[in-house]
Ligand binder design. Structure first.
Ligand code: HEM
Length: 368
């Protein structure tokens, strides 16, 4: 800016309104009878694509911040505010479906066949968001993978294949979580302490069930004890690196054991000042995942309402496909699953003084 006097700007030129407002070309008009509702259909999709662009813009900057060997506390503040913005945008994305639904199924039928085989499958920006979040082609179920690349033109396919070569936020999050210190200090091994607490809690629960034998029918007691064994196994699957790695191989977990354990540590000690932002970050990632999942279910319902059980213009089974995609295409499930391993605050292992100190900010009066 320095040295250069800004030139006067005209609103319409700056926003390129001629291009933007001239970019709605209903297909029905080409075929002789313009359908009133087709303009709404086009505008709603275009507005979505603009918001997708903004999400990619913000998400890209978050990925850039994480794509380093260390992330400053102040940068984490930027990450949090950008992710919070994405969540606000997701709110608009969800509400926009209400506008789309003011078009009735019969209105849609007047021009729908003219659009085949164009489909939301070909929204390269939607795919880019999914990939940047961490939903790579390899993480998709087979049928979904076929749609994923099969419906795109050469340019979009190549572009997305390149996006896939960049590290995703999930991969960078894993590296960042692996770097979280605090759990191993000198003679202190947090996870040994945690395991001891969990074992004690389980033993106690087992005693309670057994002591209840007078009032509990045998069948129920057996079922409760079997449940307890399975809870112990679940904890063990997290604390044993072999079991955890096996779950990764089976596609049941995505993050490495170290990253997962450190994420759990953040959730357990989120009240410690230094963990406030990391805790917020994990919450926001879950919110974003939840936001897209909610949108997917809502979009599936809209497709059901507008198409019934007809197939989609992209050739999928329609709303059934969309429902399945909503179930499967979640990214940060490992963070959601951590709630399984939370324990009451009162049972948290006491941290050694040197760890406690590192988790706190100290404001000294003597700044010299
Ligand atoms: C009349 C309204 C709509 C109907 C009936 C509809 C229906 C469908 C159907 C059936 C599919 C599955 C693919 C196929 O076979 O075509 C699909 C996919 C998709 N649609 Fe829509 N859609 C509508 C509006 C929208 C809007 C406004 C957006 C916003 C961008 C959108 C975004 C998508 C995306 C991203 C996919 C791919 C989803 C995935 O594979 O996970 N759709 N849509």
């Amino acid at each position: 800016m320095k040295g250069r006097i800004p030139e006067p700007v005209y609103y319409g030129d700056y926003l390129k309104l001629n291009e933007l407002l001239g970019a709605q070309s209903p297909k029905s008009k080409d075929y002789g009878k313009e359908e009133h509702e087709e303009t709404l259909f086009i505008i709603v999709h275009q507005v979505y694509e603009l918001w997708f662009k903004q999400i990619i813009h913000d998400f890209g900057s978050v990925v850039q911040i994480f794509n380093k060997n260390s992330v400053e506390e102040s940068e984490l503040g930027t990450v949090v505010s950008r992710l919070e913005r994405i969540i606000k945008i997701q709110g608009i994305l969800l509400e926009q479906l209400d506008v789309m639904e003011t078009m009735t199924p019969m209105d849609f039928l007047e021009f729908r066949d003219l659009l085949v085989p164009a489909s939301g499958f070909q929204s390269a920006q939607f795919r880019e968001i999914e990939i940047r979040m961490g939903l790579g082609t390899g993480n998709r179920i087979a049928v979904d993978r076929e749609y994923f690349l099969g419906r795109l033109n050469e340019d979009d396919r190549k572009r997305l294949e390149n996006v896939e070569k960049d590290p995703s936020l999930l991969q960078l999050l894993e590296k960042w979580l692996e770097r979280v210190p605090f759990t191993q200090e000198n003679n202190f091994d947090f996870w040994k302490e945690f395991e001891a607490v969990v074992t004690e809690m389980m033993d106690q629960e087992q005693d309670i069930i057994k002591n209840n034998s007078a009032t509990l029918p045998e069948q129920q007691m057996k079922a409760q004890l079997a449940n307890l064994v399975s809870t112990r196994d679940t904890f063990q699957s997290l604390l044993s690196s072999d079991s955890h790695d096996q779950m990764i191989k089976e596609g049941q977990r995505k993050l490495s054991q170290k990253a997962t354990l450190n994420a759990l540590f953040i959730l357990l000690y989120r009240d410690e000042p230094i963990l406030t932002q990391p805790y917020k970050l994990l919450q926001l990632l879950m919110d974003i995942d939840q936001g897209f999942t909610t949108w997917r279910y809502r979009h599936a319902l809209m497709a059901h309402r507008l198409l019934g059980t007809k197939i989609g213009t992209g050739g999928s089974s329609g709303h059934m496909y969309l429902k399945r995609a909503a179930d499967n295409n979640r990214v940060y499930t490992d963070i959601f699953n951590l709630s399984t391993f939370l324990i009451p605050r009162s049972k948290l292992p006491i941290l050694p003084v040197e760890v406690k100190k590192k988790l706190n900010f100290y404001f000294s009066e003597n700044l010299s």
